[in-house]
Design a protein around this ligand. Sequence first.
Ligand code: ADP
Ligand code: ASP
Ligand code: MG
Length: 852
Amino acid sequence: MPARPAPPSRSSRVASSGRRKAVDVFKFGGASLADAAAVRHAIDLILTPRPSPVVTVVSALAGVTDALLAMAESARTGDFRAADAAVDRLEARHVAVAEGIIPTRRARAALVKELEEAFAELRTLAHGVASLRELTPRTRDFLVARGEQLSARLVVAGMQARRAKAQYVEAAELIVTDGVFGNAFPDLAATDRRVRDRLAPLLRRRLMPVVPGFVGASPDGALVTLGRGGSDLTATVLGRALKAQRITLWKDVPGLMTTDPRLVPSARIVPQLNVREAAELAYYGAKVLHPRALIPLARIQVPVFVRPFAEPDAPGTEISTRHTLQRYPVKALSIVRGQALVTVTGNGMLGVPGIAARTFAALQQAGISVTLITQASSEHSISLCVPAERGAQARTALEDAFALEVARRELEGVEVQGGMATLAVVGLGMAGSPGIASRMFSSLSGARVNIVAIAQGSSELNISVVITEKDAEQAARAVHDEFQLDKIGGGGVRHDDRLDVVLLGVGQIGRELLRILPRTRRRVKPTIVGLIDRSGYLFNADGLSARQLLNAVTLKEQGASLMAIPGATKATAPEAVSQIARHALSRPVLVDLTADQTLPAIRKAITAEWDVVLANKKPLSASRVEVEALRALATQHGARILHETTVGAGLPVMDSYAKLVETGDKVLRIEGCTSGTLGFLLTEIGKGRPFSEALRDAMARGYTEPDPRDDLSGMDVARKALILARLIGFAGDLSDVTVESLVPEAFRSMPVARFKATLADQDAAWAARQAAATRQGRVLRYVLRATRTRVQVGLQAVPPSHPLAGLRGTDNQIVFTTMRYREHPLVITGPGAGPAVTAAGVLNDILQLTPA
Ligand code: ADP
Ligand code: ASP
Ligand code: MG
């Protein structure tokens, strides 16, 4: 994988050690460290040359902390077998990683031996616990700390195998804590000193320290852990002590996002977040950061970057003291499930002093953390949220604390409701924007989510609500939508009076569309925000200026590509769509005017909930599986696909079909002539002109493709026939369409020039065909015929009574035979080609998507 240095570095500061450059602190999260390949990738990142030295913090390998906790629990219940099996599995995993990162046999054997010793010791410890059937918090921490210690050893060995001067540093030597087992917090001042004393000399010797995350020492020197996700905290504590120039947390997500992407698929990367916002989010349960990870940085300016481990070039999220994205009063939201709502109720609340304080004291003594508190304005009750599994304990603690008041009937008692979740919205801008709470509540009620309790943080940085757990996902999506968080990261918020068009393909039709678009008379104006061609794209969230558009049209006319325009970005079409989709667009529409297979770009657009207008026939004549998947994707994302101009250019073919079906009619058969080129050719031949002369005329008028065999092969008509046939339920693919080619076998593979030079060779055969038809009193047409079960395209001699017989020149005709129009089919005739009518048809589709 490519590895590149972190974002542009600020001017490096001098660390406390004296002359050395300020360090970079890297933390590799457990979720990212899945296997040997991942560890190698982490080492690549650490060893990528950069101006500043790196101090590395590592989490346990993915899932190891959970496995260790489960192992400890098995041991506690006396289950030797389960505990042993768990240790064996962990050992096998670590050995496999060791084998995958150390190429030389000797070094590998040494590391494996070290691992075996460590696991033997772990087994002994587990047996001790199993024999005693007692697991103290102290022992549990001692066991669990192994996860980080082992992964840090692996990283050090892997670095040394690459001749890097890596140095393992025991976390307990650096991080001094308050000694609360399972959830310790560092003594920052003491830790600052130890970190400097211990790491500065190493850094001076150009050694690269690697420290296990999540672990520290109690005041009496025992190992303690810092709470789940504690490696984040290790990183910020080290970053603080070393006055790092930045702290980078490499994670399995693209950055800190507007909400948990597993919950809300439209979650976006927040490019920058103020420390206070990020701290609030972490505190309110956004799992991406340890709840107290940012406390060490409260008064010191060390930016933190949350960056994607798998995509080291991507910038991720910057957490710093700036306040950007001020248009967004709410920047992110967090959901915490598995909560219980504890309510203390009573008439006596008014009179009893210090209820709230006593409530907290009681819970704190029981070691229960409170995630949210709210007091009804009547002061009749006080509610708070605690983790559901602590609900019963909370009740007992409170009943004990208020025993006297309950006995005196001043308090009615304590009620605990499980199955709750909290939802918090966070943003610095909330303080200055009135009505945030009401927007949040009305979006929730719109989604039929019942709000059980509300709390506004005193900081005005957040509003939290308690809802039932089963509503969590629905609630998160509703609130995410309400604050347009899917639009964060550029462009600004949606405008209701706009419809943003992104043109894919800037050929003749595209240029014509650009000319006619400004003339539309609608309240909601289509605005061209993006142009995409094979070279890249041009984009402006506020709409491309008239000058930029003119420039693009002129350049494209001269055969240049969009990349010739200043400000254009190089990208493939799907990349262009994804990049544009990160911006705030109003009712975005992708208009595909290419003749390429653009399904990947269209899928990107639909996934971003854009509508799609197609003149391009290729996507809808792709395989049935692909087209059905595309339709399903569109349904899932509420995206519309309009494609009137895929058949018969501007003629209302799809529109008529839709109207027939809407009114309950059933279309049995569709026939027609849908090639203006072949129509012209056959009309001319019918008038007695030789084939070669008629075709040359068609070429001169620009009716044909550069290689006229593309028209003569019938494939273009076959695609249209397939699109029509699929409307009425044809289940086949393009290969199931019977196509008669008008290019004789002998002429199919010769070079174009030769084909054009030998046209006259085909004249005799054409004259004979025409004569045969004339003898029968018929006219030659290139006809498509589609039913639910059969699709054919080819040359036909039709009787003069047939509607197709009357067709002239390049006109197209589509004939619908339906239940209602059985005797006299419904016929649509008119010009079926040319940039002007096609662009008008495309515009018509765009306007269909525009509210009047
Ligand atoms: P690490 O590997 O560093 O320990 P975590 O697994 O603790 O990382 O954090 C990343 C996880 O947090 C993601 O998998 C994601 O599902 C979850 N998450 C919750 N809220 C957010 C958010 N707002 N932004 C990004 N990820 C989030
Ligand atoms: N390994 C620990 C956990 O899973 C700490 C961390 O990953 O930050 O919680
Ligand atoms: Mg974590």
